[in-house]
Design a protein around this ligand. Structure first.
Ligand SMILES: Nc1ncnc2c1ncn2[C@@H]1O[C@H](COS(=O)(=O)NC(=O)C[C@H](N)c2ccccc2)[C@@H](O)[C@H]1O
Length: 521
């Protein structure tokens, strides 16, 4: 009698990412764009074989479950295979972008004390302490140049509570803050995301975020979890709009994921090439609000595409998906961020910590979810500040994530993001949400996007606005200020309005208010 093969559902990140290798091994898992415009497909079978090979090489090194592996790489078939191999061996994967300054690499290494530092390319490696093993990996395999110091193995059994990856974000104190994600949390999120039906097995998901930004890990899970293909967009091409659009066309990308700023230059310089992307049927964005004028133009250029506003923080990878209404209403206000993915619950809490049930009332957004992070690496105080007692009932001991965001619920039950609790400034005793002033400025005709910071001006905090004009538009600072005077309370009117050609972004592509502060400091 033949026994049916029991396909137990994936419990670990590596199992989830390779599930399609068992069903459609010859379909493309990763489509890499090589410089000569001829995309190279790596099948699920090939990806699984490379991961298997890396896992065997890692097993040789006598590492213990929980020993960290720093991986300096952009997203690629090899990097994904290494992510899978680390998962299989119970080794937390710590991604760092290749362009990361040596000082930051060393700060992350000092923070997480990895057993091994791997890099994907020929580039020079940052010299790390000798107890740490070093090596290089690629399609040919893993080349260990220095073995890690011998260690006694404490652990016997890998569990789903063990760490799948650690994402280091720039902590406010300058010390890198490590967001620790377990296999259980990642798989819980991946399964919820799969239920949104964003992509299917024939899709090609272009990924535009650096591997050190968990948006790339969302892209990998979205594609591979659906038996689709990941299309890593070479970072060097992202800044050239025509080359960026050409990569999307040449690879037949059907879905493009990225922060809003990736579209700015293409919208400005090559809108017609965007319109010609007739394979493109989905765009997913996250990380910050999509400036309305730019979003409207993108939806008009790609009328057949589904636009998904994906909200969340690295402490749960993401937590909600909301379709952008089409056509975008003339005055859309803060976009909906939906109501939490399946199996998660978004709560709004007032300043006394009580849950808010009414619609239209702004409060602090909290997340109850099986996909919450384990904690911040070696920082219990920060963990306790983020994972707080359940506002509905502290007695059960359940923790919820205090997101640091503000939101309100509308009459349909959807939530709307309206800024960060730490992006508020006091102006002459009045609390101002910087995003609110930014949104107002973006309503002024001809403004493409805007950013507002609080700055010390003559001993008082004043608002300084930076406004980017739409292509070919001459903006008049005086006119902008008088528009604000007519439409905002006095204390919310920026002291200064600067028309600029562009806004500085972080390595993850988000508008950097810190860089603006330095510019005016
Ligand atoms: N759709 C949004 N509208 C508006 N503000 C937002 C939005 N998504 C985040 N944010 C903001 O970004 C913060 C999180 O920043 S973060 O921890 O660096 N993580 C991210 O930005 C990416 C996040 N892990 C992620 C990855 C992949 C998909 C979705 C979300 C949130 O708390 C929000 O303030």
């Amino acid at each position: 009698m033949t026994t049916a093969i029991q396909h137990r559902p994936a419990e670990r990140m590596d199992e989830f990412l390779l599930a399609a290798a068992g069903t459609t091994p010859d379909r493309p898992a990763v489509i890499e764009y090589t410089g000569d415009r001829s995309p190279r497909a790596v099948s699920y079978r090939e990806l699984a074989a490379l991961a298997e090979r890396y896992a065997a090489d890692l097993a040789e090194l006598g590492l213990d479950i929980g020993d960290r592996v720093v991986v300096e790489s952009d997203t690629s078939a090899s990097a994904i295979a290494m992510l899978i191999a680390c998962g299989r061996r119970g080794l937390p994967f710590v991604p760092i972008s290749p362009e990361t300054p040596a000082t930051r690499v060393l700060a992350i290494v000092a923070e997480c004390a990895p057993a091994l530092c791997l890099r994907a390319s020929e580039q020079e490696r940052v010299a790390v302490p000798s107890r740490i093993g070093v090596g290089r990996f690629g399609p040919e395999g893993l080349d260990v140049e220095r073995r890690p110091a011998p260690r006694t193995r404490q652990r016997q059994q890998l569990t789903t509570c063990d760490t799948a990856y650690i994402i280091f974000t720039s902590g406010t104190t300058g010390r890198p803050k490590g967001v620790v994600m377990s296999h259980r949390a990642v798989v819980a999120f991946y399964l919820a995301m799969a239920a949104e039906g964003i992509v299917g097995p024939t899709d090609r998901v272009a990924s535009t975020s650096p591997l050190q930004f968990d948006f790339s890990l969302l892209d990998i899970g979205l594609a591979l979890g659906s038996g689709a293909a990941v299309v890593p967009v070479p970072r060097a091409l992202l800044r050239w709009p025509r080359r960026f659009v050409r990569v999307l066309g040449d690879t037949g990308a059907t879905q493009v994921n990225g922060v809003p700023s990736i579209w700015r230059q293409a919208l400005r310089h090559t809108p017609e090439a965007l319109r010609a992307l007739d394979h493109l049927r989905g765009i997913l964005f996250c990380g910050e609000e999509f400036p309305h004028q730019e979003l409207r133009r993108l939806t008009e250029l790609l009328p057949g595409a589904r636009f998904v506003n994906c909200y969340g923080s690295t402490e749960s990878m993401a937590c909600s998906f909301a379709d952008v209404p089409k056509p975008l209403p003339t005055d859309p206000g803060p976009l909906s961020i939906g109501r939490g993915h399946k199996g998660a619950e978004l709560l709004i809490v007032d300043e006394s910590g009580q849950p808010i049930g009414e619609t239209g009332v702004v409060g602090a957004l909290h997340l109850r979810s099986p996909a919450l992070f384990t904690g911040y690496w070696a920082d219990e105080a920060a963990t306790d500040a983020a994972l707080v007692p359940d506002p509905h009932d502290r007695r059960a001991g359940q923790k919820v994530l205090r997101t640091g965001d503000l939101a309100y619920r509308d009459a349909t039950g959807d939530l709307h993001f309206c800024g960060r609790t730490d992006a508020q400034v006091q102006i002459r005793g009045n609390r101002v949400e910087l995003g609110e002033v930014e949104r107002k400025l973006m309503d002024f005709g001809g403004v493409e996007t805007a950013a507002v910071i609080g700055q010390q001006l003559d001993g008082e905090t004043g608002l300084v606005a930076f406004v980017v004009p739409a292509t070919g538009v001459e903006l008049d600072e005086r006119g902008l200020r008088s528009f604000c005077t007519r439409t905002l309370p006095g204390y919310m009117v920026p002291e200064r309005v600067q028309v600029v050609s562009d806004l500085p972004v972080t390595t993850n592509g988000k508008v950097s208010r810190e860089a603006l502060m330095e510019r005016t400091g």
